[in-house]
Write a protein that binds this ligand. Sequence first.
Ligand SMILES: Nc1ncnc2c1ncn2[C@@H]1O[C@H](COP(=O)(O)OP(=O)(O)OP(=O)(O)O)[C@@H](O)[C@H]1O
Ligand SMILES: [Mg+2]
Ligand SMILES: [Zn+2]
Length: 461
Amino acid sequence: MARAATIHVCSDCGHTEPRWHGQCAGCGAWNTLVEEAAPPKATAGGGRGAGRARGSTNAALARTPTALRDVHAEQTKRLHTSIGELDRVLGGGLVPGSLVLLGGSPGIGKSTLTNMALGHLAQAGHKTLYVTGEESAAQVRLRAERLGPGALDVPIVAETDLDAVIATLDAERPAACVIDSVQTLHAPDLTGAPGSVGQVREVASRIMGVAKANGTAVILVGHVTKEGALAGPRVLEHLVDCVLQFEGERERTYRTLRALKNRFGSTNEAGVFEMRSGGLVEVLDASARFVGEATGKPGSVVLAAMEGSRPLLVEVQALVSPSELVPPRRVVTGIDRNRLALVLAVLGRHGGIGTGTADVFVNVVGGVRVDEPGADLAVALAIASAQKGVALGTPERPLAAFGEVGLTGELRSVGHPDRRQEEAAKFGLADVVAPPRVTSLRAALRAAFATAREEGPVRAA
Ligand SMILES: Nc1ncnc2c1ncn2[C@@H]1O[C@H](COP(=O)(O)OP(=O)(O)OP(=O)(O)O)[C@@H](O)[C@H]1O
Ligand SMILES: [Mg+2]
Ligand SMILES: [Zn+2]
């Protein structure tokens, strides 16, 4: 037997089969069998299983528990990538020996971000390694040329064979390493294609082994499927220490980086980046940009959102236009479609704003995603403003809002109201429509349209 044996394990019930089947014989589920390396055969003479009676114990196996305060835990120094937003999302830099999964849709800038991070680390005197399975070394070099001198200091290996990558990691022992991408590496002992569940899991767990042993911080780049899951199934999420998601639309300027899971820090952090010819640039004054660019026209409302622990003002735009379609179109970018459905239903039922025969488009400007219920009210007001053709606030001082819309037309408070208010006030938008000042959608609509009558382009009543 030349190749290592593999087994197929049902991911639902754990049933094993020597060969792949479409249906699990154990639980009847379809397409749940995943290839894995076969566990090593239990060797004779280990004393295990050799007639050990049920209920009896082996005193030699007993371990002595240690009080947590006596456990030796070294405060390892984190590696600072000098990309402030990335370090912040990581909880203060890369932790040696940890595994970070960086996911994002094609072309979003994963390779750019990781190459820049390694470049900075290399310039700071850390040993780095960039493993590319996706692009040739020459392609990576061409990108690095526009990312500044540090990026060109990073040693690169173009390799897709997992054994070769593991051997290289063991020989080089870098402080930080990027695997771009985890789906392109191939474990030769498994028969599955690169990127399949079994392969991806094997690749990640073996890399984790060397990373932990050598104290190498590893960033695994992963592609996101259409459904938004990392590496197809979310097989890696529990395995790695940290899951980062790089989001945004490829054709737009702004991208956000957020942590979905972090064993060494909060998942409330998010960073905003802009793709420029010189690479990804942190956007520290994102609110100023978005407010400055806000149109203040009918259908435009500023949302005082939270990007992690940081307040961020973004412009929400809506367009309501008569439709022949049944059902009419509901098109969103930057917010959840289901949230829009809810907001439209409540607007119709409790706000007197019906959109049943109109197409509704809602867009968060700049490619930012705001996945929080706090966006509801701004969305509702933008739609109301668009439907009535009335601009809220003035072009210089557009209306700002936040708050969750409840099913009975009430407004619910959301996290960090003070910080949102402060951020809005910083940009001259002190008059924020938000709970608890207004407690119902109806009251919010009244307050919002009052700003239009006072200062906006007045419309005949
Ligand atoms: N000269 C340039 N100026 C500005 N932006 C550029 C330039 N060249 C490339 N880009 C941007 O960089 C993006 C690609 O970045 P990158 O290769 O890091 O993405 P990726 O997430 O690694 O993609 P993939 O999924 O293909 O690996 C392109 O979508 C493009 O918008
Ligand atoms: Mg890439
Ligand atoms: Zn099963």
